[in-house]
Design a protein around this ligand. Structure first.
Ligand SMILES: C[S@@+](CC[C@H](N)C(=O)[O-])C[C@H]1O[C@@H](n2cnc3c(N)ncnc32)[C@H](O)[C@@H]1O
Length: 237
């Protein structure tokens, strides 16, 4: 069966096999550092269930064909990538700047025969965006990643008391994040769609403003399996 001819039953079968095949010990070290495998065993059912909710919601909103860019793609995105590629027949570029994370996810995809059609490349989102031609951008819990943006995420989640904030370092991080958001937005065609969390919407609204693009965020939100940030869809015209 070629990609784009899959039923939801085929999707379910492939997604379950993939989730069974992933190296959860290694993913535990990458994501959680301590008791990682145990934490994944608690989250894994949600990865499947919420992945299906996310995938079904996305497939209602993206056209046949077309191309998505996923930046910071990880475990939570896997069910969605499979659905988009194999049920809807869209092409994908999914990137993560962590080579280690990409290697583990690709090893899982290879073990279930999907590595030929779904790739998660070790690449910075700004570089991937520069290729352009995407009608959908998936950016979920990227700007709230505490390892990449310790100060932005600390402020966003209320972990850093104002008295302890290194303001200059915060401003530097914010400028880097603005540059990344601008680059990602620049790779999006219009009309286009962004999937992102409520916390991250502001980066894209700011990036969109100079071009006069209209961004309309839908009210409905979907919880995500790993980070837990609710996500929604933003239509860009
Ligand atoms: C908090 S994790 C979220 C993973 C996944 N999207 C999820 O929702 O479960 C953030 C991910 O973004 C990746 N990342 C951070 N900055 C990036 C960048 N500039 N380009 C690509 N990936 C990036 C990190 O390596 C990390 O895997």
């Amino acid at each position: 069966m070629s990609a784009a001819e899959w039923s939801w039953d085929s999707w379910r079968d492939a997604t379950e096999r993939l989730l069974a095949a992933l190296d959860w010990q290694e993913l535990g070290e990458i994501y959680f550092h301590e008791h990682g495998e145990e934490r994944w065993s608690q989250i894994r059912p949600q990865v499947f269930e919420l992945g299906e909710v996310w995938a079904r919601a996305l497939l209602k909103r993206v056209p046949q064909g077309g191309r998505s860019l996923y930046v910071g793609a990880g475990v939570a995105e896997l069910p969605v990538l499979i659905a988009e590629r194999c049920i809807r027949g869209r092409s994908l570029r999914a990137v993560n700047r962590s080579t280690r994370e990409c290697d583990v996810l690709m090893a899982g995809l290879a073990s279930v025969g999907l590595a030929g059609i779904i790739k998660i490349e070790p690449m910075d989102g700004a570089i991937a965006a520069a290729y352009g031609g995407y009608d959908h951008l998936g950016c979920v819990s990227l700007f709230s990643d505490p390892e990449t943006w310790p100060l932005l995420s600390g402020v966003a989640y209320g972990r850093i008391p104002p008295v302890h904030l290194d303001v200059e370092a915060f401003v530097r991080e914010r400028e880097q994040a603005r540059t990344l958001a601008k680059a990602m937005f620049g790779g999006l065609k219009r009309p286009g769609l962004i999937t992102t969390s409520a916390e991250e919407l502001g980066w894209f609204l700011e990036a969109a403003a100079p071009s006069g693009a209209e961004c309309e965020a839908e009210d409905d939100m979907i919880p995500t399996a790993v980070v837990g940030d609710p996500i929604g869809f933003v239509r860009v015209r």
